[in-house]
Each structure stands twice: as structure tokens, then as C-alpha cells.
Design a protein around this ligand. Structure first.
Ligand SMILES: [Zn+2]
Length: 268
């Protein structure tokens, strides 16, 4: 089945992962800027990363027939450093016109600190000012509920911000309803160990329906599976859900959200 993975950190993956994704029907990925597992030492380092995301990675994906799009930001974890955030934020606008950049992301909160919130607000203001789509990370485990709540409260304060142009990702059973109720899109990212499994994602689609929900692999440098979306497809088939419903979640929904950015082209 054709699918679009809206959250895949491909800079962390090998070409074999692109190959496996292409074999299982992936036609496009969107790659949010994120924390590399270690803190970068300067704004220059982010600039090199932005060049990798906008110049090199699209070529690597194209070799497997996969369209590569990206989101730019300084991630929630490094966002704790306010000086660094200021220096990176002033450089981001130079990259927003690049052909594969869809918006600002994945921004948000990690430990839900005052500094993280300030950096998150700076990013939202930048996105509103430049008319960008937004992709949001929500904290994991015990910080998820309060972090998601604070994220939504913060977003609702921006008058120029339209909720249907924002994807709030890493949604779980206890945060999904709150995200959807306010008109945002919700992302469910799948992981092989902790966090959401294909089974739990299928349960959530059964409970909440398919409207404004996307499912993604989030594959990165830690334990994660680049073909997690087709694994979700298999779980949905095992439960005898109609192909049209599955197709909607893994292909039509990502298109409906992403095409709000005119640069996004539906893959042939
Ligand atoms: Zn991520």
C-alpha cells in the first residue's frame, strides 16, 4: 500500500532503510529537525544540519523514488539554551524558501521548563510571521499530559494561528482527544519498545476514528523501525478494517495536512 511517513529522521538511517521503505510502498517522507543524541556546540552546526536536510537528504531519498520534505527548527531539548536558540532562530528564515521545506518543526517541550517554553514561543511566532505549517513534539512518559496541555494553551494564544495548520505529534490515548477537540492534527508515532505500538495505534483509530490523524515511524538513531507504518497497515488488515480506511490514514490524511503548504506535491 502507498504511504507517506510524516515523521522520519532519515539522516540517522542507512540507504538500506530507504530501500525497505520504498519496497513497502513509501512514496514520501517528511523529516522534522531534531536532537542528534548529543548537544551541538554552535549555531554553525545547525546551519550544516539544515543544509543536510535541504540539499543532501532529498537526493538520497530520490535514489529510491521517495520524495523528501523537511521541517526546520532548534529542537525542544537544545531549546533549553536560550542564547543558542536566539542565534539559530535568526538563521532559519534564510532556509524557509528552499523547495523541500514545509514549515517549522519539530518544536515543543521536553522537560517542560521555562526556557523550553520561551524557545517554543519564539518558534511559533516565527512560523506565524512567515505563514509556515508547524510540526510539534510532545514530551514523553510522565511529562506528556501536562506538556501537551501547556502546548495547546500556548498555541491558542496566537490569534493568527490556524489549528488545522498544526500537527501535534507523539499523541497517545490520554492526549489524542484534547488535540483533536481544539482542531489540530494529531500524529501517532510508533516505536518497537516503549511508547506506541502498531496495536495501540490501531486501537486509537478504532476508538477515535480516522479524522485528522496520521501515523508515522519516527525512525531515528535510537531503537525504531523505518517500516513501522506498513506494520500498522498489517495490524489494521489483521483486524479486517477496509482498505479504504487504512489508505486514508497512511496516505490521504498526510496529503490533506501537508498540501496546505503549496510546496508539497502529491507523489505520482
Ligand atoms: Zn522526531
Amino acid at each position: 500500500m502507498r504511504y507517506i511517513d510524516i515523521h522520519a529522521h532519515m539522516v540517522s538511517r542507512t540507504t538500506d532503510d530507504y530501500y525497505q521503505m520504498a519496497l513497502t510502498g513509501c512514496v514520501a517522507v517528511t523529516e522534522p529537525a531534531f536532537w542528534p543524541g548529543w548537544d551541538r556546540s554552535s549555531a554553525d552546526s545547525f546551519e550544516d544540519y539544515f543544509r543536510q536536510l535541504t540539499e543532501f537528504e532529498p537526493k538520497r531519498a530520490a535514489a529510491y523514488g521517495i520524495r523528501h520534505y523537511t521541517w526546520l527548527c532548534l529542537n525542544p531539548k537544545e531549546g533549553e539554551d536560550r542564547d543558542l536558540a536566539r542565534r539559530v532562530l535568526e538563521r532559519i528564515p534564510r532556509y524557509l524558501d528552499r523547495p523541500n521545506v514545509l514549515g517549522i518543526g519539530e518544536i515543543g517541550l521536553n522537560r517542560v521548563t521555562r526556557n523550553e517554553l520561551a524557545t517554543f514561543e519564539d518558534h511559533v511566532a516565527l512560523a506565524v510571521e512567515h505563514g509556515q505549517l508547524i510540526h510539534i513534539h510532545t514530551p514523553h512518559l510522565e511529562d506528556k499530559l501536562k506538556g501537551t496541555r501547556l502546548t495547546i494553551e500556548t498555541l491558542l494564544r496566537y490569534e493568527g494561528l490556524r489549528p488545522e495548520r498544526v500537527m501535534i505529534d507523539h499523541a497517545e490515548e490520554h492526549t489524542l482527544e484534547m488535540i483533536l477537540r481544539h482542531g489540530f492534527w494529531a500524529g501517532i508515532t510508533l516505536y518497537p519498545q516503549t511508547k506506541v505500538s502498531a496495536q495501540r495505534a490501531a486501537d486509537m483509530i478504532e476508538r477515535f476514528g480516522p479524522d485528522r490523524i496520521c501515523v508515522a515511524s519516527a525512525c531515528d538513531w535510537g531503537p525504531s523501525v523505518p517500516v513501522a507504518v506498513p506494520q500498522f497497515v498489517m495490524e489494521m488488515r489483521r483486524r479486517k478494517h477496509p482498505e479504504a480506511l487504512i489508505h486514508r490514514v497512511v496516505y490521504e490524511n498526510p496529503i490533506a495536512f501537508l498540501r496546505q503548504c503549496p510546496k508539497f506535491e502529491v507523489p505520482e
